[in-house]
Design a protein around this ligand. Structure first.
Ligand code: MSP
Length: 610
């Protein structure tokens, strides 16, 4: 660790050394030839500019053995079609939570992956003229590529066709069988292939249509193996009583309670008519039901790469999960079926299941089956991953549904990322460059003495932390944005550009004001990094820090006082390219010009600051 920090400091020094000298302990006393504004008085002690060489606070970062482990999962996505924005949404949210938990110093195991068996997948492969296995390779790769483009920092990507997973599913099945919870019976009912579930007639629309997929369910009669879910009714009720936070947001608990209360029916866990699946142990004519297979992916993902497929070793690598993040449509599987399966196998239950809402288009759930999807690749390509991540996490209250509109998307990211944060940073660095040779005149702790902005920001950071902890991601973004708003108000009230012109004490005060605002920006860069990591890195870089420093920073770094007097900032350059409105974009696309960065400022202000 020490070696890594030294290396990073060296890099930072190299980067910031205006003469580009190789920097080492002996050569740090270079002359810079800086020409400070005549009115600006540096503290006497400070003979030359210094650079940020502070090691990252180790308070939050515990050694990996001592650190608390936080295991979180996204659903394993069906590979019947490439990912759409609805599937990307869960993963973006999970990534923000994973990054926040890492900032707290926890050892995070972030699991995602693909659900590759079953009738729906086999049909999609046939329609595409491929074998199921080729089809799964292509689509699961599309998920991996999208996750990379969206900067998803998962630790594990499990595919349910992975042999290690298959071994674990069979072992789990055998445990449940030994417990006496699996029996064979005939079943007749209405089946929705898209949900991969038998439906109760009561929940169907006219013509036996599934309310989610708006397609008729099929009459089906099969000789299947059943899981004795009904046996676990009391235990499931007891779990909810003892763990009132098990299902989140709280309003979804009522839904789960009422499913359980209305009486649980055993469900079939094998299919006689589906070949593309894991064979039932001791009965090769049947395959294991996709859900009884895929849910186990949360455990098999934990086993180490080259480990023998073994349920117990996988469990001891991190189970139980701290958090399953899912969409509300698959809550029953996660909050009723899965806990009962785990109880039967004698394994611990996950600590929390959070069911978020849907992204809708024209009020309908966006989905592959309805074909009303939004292309995440296109969004990322056009607007960048930070904009996509920020928009969906800020705009959709996590837990509720949210509608997408391009106009709103552009307005929000321009207003928040380009203007409130990006522009403020750019203006401040511009003033610092012009008046202070891009160098901070005092420590931010000193600059903020008796300053109400510091107190306000400390409160906002704490608010953001609590919101992140509670998975209120939109509110966390809002609290961080408030820091930007407070910084802008402070800038406008104090008008440092005017005070620099006055010289003397006014100029000194103006130089301190810039330190205060930049400290606020530093705090924003840490506090918003779970949501918009690259954007925040660009802010951090502008403040003169190295990438290693950014990568090892922790939440305790949001405490006021990180910037030090003498620290040299980078040359101001926009951290977020403003998105032009739709018509401009279309014009540009027609002439094949790239989207340009325009940091707009009111004319009067440009004149005043200049
Ligand atoms: N394969 C199962 C999950 C098995 S987990 C062991 C599955 N896959 S899915 O691809 O259909 O859906 C995956 C997730 O994407 C679900 O949480 C679902 O809610 C989410 N979304 C799919 N469309 C969505 C929206 N339009 N909006 C938000 N999330 C949505 O179910």
């Amino acid at each position: 660790m020490a070696a890594r920090i030294n290396y990073s400091v060296q890099n930072t020094l190299c980067l910031l050394n205006p003469l580009n000298y190789p920097v080492n302990a002996k050569t740090t006393h270079f002359k810079t030839g800086l020409n400070f504004s005549k009115n600006l008085i540096f503290p006497r002690k400070l003979k030359r500019p210094t650079f940020c060489t502070c090691a990252v606070s180790n308070n939050d970062r515990q050694s990996s053995e001592a650190a608390e482990t936080f295991v979180l999962t996204t659903p394993l996505y069906y590979v019947n079609a490439p990912p759409h924005m609805g599937s990307a949404y869960t993963t973006i949210a999970a990534d923000a939570i994973a990054r926040f938990q890492r900032l707290l110093g926890k050892k995070v195991i972030f699991v995602t992956g693909t659900d590759e068996h079953g009738e729906k997948i086999a049909a999609a492969a046939a329609a595409a003229g491929s074998t199921p296995s080729q089809h799964c390779d292509v689509i699961s790769q599309a998920y991996k590529t999208l996750w990379k483009d969206l900067e998803i920092s998962h630790d594990k990507f499990i595919r349910t066709t992975d042999p290690k997973h298959e071994g674990i599913v069979k072992e789990f099945y055998s445990r449940v069988l030994d417990k006496g919870d699996i029996y064979r019976a005939d079943y007749e009912g209405l089946y929705c292939v898209n949900c991969e579930e038998y439906k109760d007639e009561k929940e169907l629309l006219d013509n036996n249509c599934c309310p989610m997929h708006l397609k008729p369910c099929i009459e089906r009669k099969e000789d299947n193996y059943f899981f004795a879910l009904s046996k676990y009714q009391k235990q499931l009720e007891e779990n909810l009583r003892q763990n009132p936070n098990f299902v989140q947001p709280p309003f979804r608990t009522n839904e789960v309670q009422s499913w359980i209360k209305s009486g649980l029916k055993d469900f079939s866990i094998s299919r006689a008519s589906v070949d593309w699946g894991i064979p039932v142990p001791n009965d090769n004519k049947q395959t294991i039901y996709v859900w009884f297979d895929a849910l186990l992916g949360y455990i098999s993902a934990l086993s180490a790469e080259k480990e023998q497929p073994d349920l117990q070793t996988a469990v001891s690598s991190g189970w139980p999960a701290s958090l399953h993040l899912i969409g509300k449509d698959i809550l029953r599987f996660h909050a009723v079926y899965w806990p009962a399966m785990l109880m039967s196998a004698g394994l611990d239950l996950p600590k929390k299941v959070f069911g978020h809402g849907f992204l809708t288009k024209d009020g309908m759930k966006m989905g592959k089956s309805l074909g009303n999807t939004l292309e995440p690749n296109e969004l990322v390509h056009n607007f960048g991953s930070d904009a996509v991540r920020y928009f969906f996490l800020r705009e959709v209250e996590f837990g509720s549904d949210g509608d997408y509109s391009e106009e709103r998307f552009i307005n929000i990211v321009n207003a928040h990322l380009a203007n409130t944060i990006g522009n403020l940073l750019n203006r401040t660095l511009g003033l610092l460059k012009k008046n202070c040779q891009s160098t901070l005149v005092v420590d931010s702790a000193v600059a903020a003495e008796g300053n109400a902005l510091k107190d306000a920001i400390e409160k906002l950071v704490e608010k953001a932390r609590i919101h992140y902890e509670n998975l209120s991601l939109s509110s966390a973004c809002e609290a961080v944005l408030e820091i930007g708003n407070a910084g802008n108000a402070y800038m406008d009230e104090n008008a440092p550009w005017t005070r620099f012109k006055q010289g003397g004490a006014a100029s000194e005060a103006a130089a301190k004001d810039l330190v205060v605002i930049l400290e606020a920006m530093r705090i924003v860069a840490i506090a918003l990094s779970p949501v918009a990591p690259s954007f925040c890195w660009r802010i951090y870089e502008q403040l003169g820090y190295s990438k290693d420093h950014f990568n090892t920073v922790t939440w305790s770094g949001t405490k006021w006082g990180g910037l030090k007097g003498g620290q040299v900032m980078a040359q101001p350059k926009p951290v977020f390219a403003r998105i032009e409105n739709k018509t401009e974009l279309e014009d540009e696309a027609a002439t094949r010009k790239p989207v340009k960065s325009k940091q707009k400022k009111p004319q009067a202000q440009v004149a005043a600051e200049g």
